[in-house]
Design a protein around this ligand. Structure first.
Ligand SMILES: [Zn+2]
Ligand SMILES: [Zn+2]
Length: 277
C-alpha cells in the first residue's frame, strides 16, 4: 500500500528543490546585472536606450509575475523529471564528454531560438495577444527584472520548450546530458536579462560586424518593447531577417546609442550641444 503522507513529503521536498532551482537563476542574473548597472552608473547612463524610465509599479509587477513564472517553470521541470522516471525522456547525468555537452548546448540554443521566434509571433496574433502576451508588453521600458514577467498562459508556452525538446531528442534516440541542459538554462536567463537591460551592453560596431552581427543585442529586444511588431527573435537575428520582421532602424538605433562615448559626450558639451537623447 502507498504511504500517502510519505509520498506527499517526497513530492513537496522535490517541488521545493525545483522551485528553488528555477527561481534562484532569475534572482542571481537580474540581481547581478542590476548591481553592475548601479556600480557603473555613469557608463550605464550614457548607454541608456530609452529616455523613458520604468516606474516603481513596473518593478513590482515584473518581480511578482516573474516569481509566478518561476513556479510554472518549476512545474515543467518537475514534469520533465517525471517523464524521465517513466522512461519517456532520456537524460544522462553522470557520464558525458565536453564535446557532447558543447554540441548539445548549441543544438538546444538554436532550437530554442526557432521555437521562441514562432511562439512569440503567434502570441502577437490579435486573437492571442490580450490573453497571453499583453502582460509582458506592459513593460514598455524593460528592466533586468522584466525577464520572466509573463502571464500564466505565456509562462506555460515558454516553459513547454524543455519537455518538448527532451521528448523529441529522446524519441530520436539520444540522451541529453544534464550539464548541457543546465548550461542552456543559465544561458537562457542571462541572455533574457541582457535583452531587457535597458542599457546597451555590446560595443560600437557590433551590428556591422559580419562575424557577430547576427547575435542579438539589447537594442534589438528593446525596440520590440518600445515599438511592437518587429524584432521577435531571442538570441539571434536570423529569423527576423529571413522573415522580414527586423525593425527598419535597428542598426541605426544601435549605432546612435553606442556612439555616446565619454569623449563624444565631452566634445558635444564643449561645442555647446545639448546632451544626446
Ligand atoms: Zn512581444
Ligand atoms: Zn521582452
Amino acid at each position: 500500500m502507498i504511504d500517502l503522507p510519505a509520498a506527499f513529503d517526497l513530492f513537496a521536498d522535490r517541488m521545493m528543490r525545483v522551485i528553488y532551482f528555477d527561481m534562484q537563476r532569475y534572482f542571481v542574473a537580474a540581481g547581478l546585472f542590476t548591481i553592475a548597472l548601479l556600480v557603473f552608473r555613469s557608463w550605464a547612463q550614457r548607454k541608456r536606450i530609452q529616455n523613458r524610465r520604468a516606474a516603481r509599479k513596473d518593478y513590482t509587477r515584473e518581480i511578482a509575475s516573474s516569481l509566478h513564472t518561476s513556479f510554472i517553470f518549476a512545474l515543467t521541470t518537475f514534469l520533465t523529471l517525471a517523464l524521465r522516471e517513466v522512461g519517456l525522456v532520456k537524460l544522462k547525468i553522470e557520464t558525458f564528454t565536453i564535446v557532447t555537452v558543447a554540441w548539445q548546448l548549441v543544438l538546444m540554443i538554436v532550437a530554442h531560438d526557432a521555437y521562441f521566434y514562432w511562439m512569440h509571433r503567434a502570441l502577437h496574433h490579435r486573437r492571442l495577444f490580450r490573453t497571453t502576451h499583453l502582460h509582458h508588453h506592459k513593460s514598455r521600458t524593460p528592466t533586468p527584472w522584466t525577464a520572466y514577467s509573463f502571464s500564466s498562459w505565456e509562462a506555460v508556452t515558454e516553459a513547454l520548450f524543455i519537455p518538448l525538446f527532451m521528448l523529441a531528442t529522446s524519441t530520436m534516440g539520444f540522451a541529453m546530458t544534464g550539464l548541457a541542459v543546465f548550461l542552456f538554462l543559465w544561458h537562457m536567463i542571462v541572455r533574457n536579462v541582457i535583452g531587457h537591460l535597458g542599457v546597451e551592453l555590446y560595443p560600437a560596431g557590433w551590428v556591422d560586424n559580419r562575424w557577430v552581427g547576427w547575435w542579438n543585442t539589447t537594442t534589438h529586444h528593446d525596440l520590440h518593447h518600445s515599438s511592437g511588431n518587429t524584432n521577435f527573435g531571442l538570441y539571434f537575428t536570423w529569423w527576423d531577417r529571413w522573415m522580414g520582421t527586423e525593425h527598419p532602424r535597428y542598426r541605426e538605433e544601435f549605432r546612435k546609442v553606442t556612439a555616446r562615448t565619454r569623449k563624444a559626450m565631452r566634445e558635444k558639451e564643449s561645442a555647446g550641444g545639448a546632451a544626446p537623447a
